[in-house]
Design a binder for this molecule. Structure first.
Ligand SMILES: C[S@@+](CC[C@H](N)C(=O)[O-])C[C@H]1O[C@@H](n2cnc3c(N)ncnc32)[C@H](O)[C@@H]1O
Length: 282
């Protein structure tokens, strides 16, 4: 079978499985199986893949048909134009979360200052490492309760040459942490428990439940986190918390009750309120 035929057949199978961007995904997976750039599939459609290449492609295609996201099949996800390893224990980073990085950068008077950063629920480390990539003299701590996620985050820090400035620790939010941080970020689990089953299979079946579930109303983690943010945020520091749709105002109220001062709400590229910005109330 030629590349052109394989691509057409794979697109048909993925579409039948309910995959939205069937052709794009088929192209990315086939290119990966062949070890070539996706564009070359278009320019050389008559190429005939070897038996090994066909077997590799078939294995990946079957996973995508079962609605496993492409990023998990490849084990890689681009975030903030950086290449991250993702794994079964980590959330697959979302482009919307780049709003958090933007919000922190917009709030800093200078990017060359010696800053201390803290990332609650670091997962792949994507928020912390994206920030460190923009703040050359900053150092950061990423915490997570998943040891497996922390192992991925550490590998990402090494691969992105930031291991000297990025440290990771197993913590239940800020329990046992001391010190003051100039910027605190968090993208906590915020999906209401009952909504999880109704999410796309790519999310419900493949993102770790511990990275999604935010209790009955989705706000449990903000309630737990807010006092830690208030205690660990430096006097002129900024905290940026990602929120789910419709959660910005409830989260601002939770933060205010913990002594944090609201400093704004930022929208993502779709216009949805995506994160709240907080200052230390003192
Ligand atoms: C929504 S994911 C965010 C991952 C990453 N920051 C991102 O934006 O892609 C939430 C993360 O919080 C972690 N987490 C959940 N509860 C936690 C807790 N009590 N203490 C520390 N981390 C926790 C999960 O393991 C998961 O990695």
């Amino acid at each position: 079978m030629t590349v052109g035929r394989a691509l057409a057949e794979a697109t048909r199978r993925l579409a039948a499985a309910g995959v939205e961007q069937a052709r794009l995904d088929a192209r990315v997976l086939l290119a990966h199986a062949l070890g070539v750039a996706p564009l070359s599939l278009v320019t050389w459609p008559e190429r005939v893949p070897t038996a090994d290449e066909q077997a590799r492609f078939e294995a990946m295609l079957a996973r995508r048909e079962a609605r496993e996201p492409v990023a998990r099949i490849l084990g890689r996800r681009e975030f903030w134009s950086l290449d991250f390893e993702v794994g079964p224990a980590t959330l697959d980073p979302r482009p919307d979360s780049e709003t958090v990085v933007d919000a922190v950068l917009a709030s800093l008077p200078r990017r060359d200052a010696e800053l201390a950063l803290l990332d609650f629920g670091t997962g792949t480390g994507c928020l912390l490492l994206a920030l460190l990539s923009e703040l050359p003299r900053a150092r950061g701590l990423g915490v997570d309760r998943s040891a497996q996620a922390l192992a991925v985050a550490r590998r990402n820090a090494i691969a992105l040459s930031m291991a000297q400035r990025a440290h990771f620790a197993a913590c239940d939010w800020g329990m046992g942490l001391a010190g003051l941080f100039d910027a605190i970020v968090a993208n906590p689990p915020y999906i209401p428990e009952d909504d999880i089953a109704g999410l796309a299979p790519e999310v419900a079946d493949f993102d770790p439940r511990g990275a999604l579930a935010g209790g009955a109303d989705g706000l449990d983690c903000y309630r737990s986190l807010a006092p830690h943010v208030a205690r660990l945020l430096a006097p002129r520091g900024v905290a940026v918390l990602e929120v789910g749709e419709g959660q910005a105002r409830p989260v601002l109220r939770i933060a205010a009750a913990a002594g944090l001062r609201p400093a704004g709400i930022r929208r993502d590229l779709a216009g949805i309120e995506r994160c709240v910005v907080l200052n230390n109330g003192t």
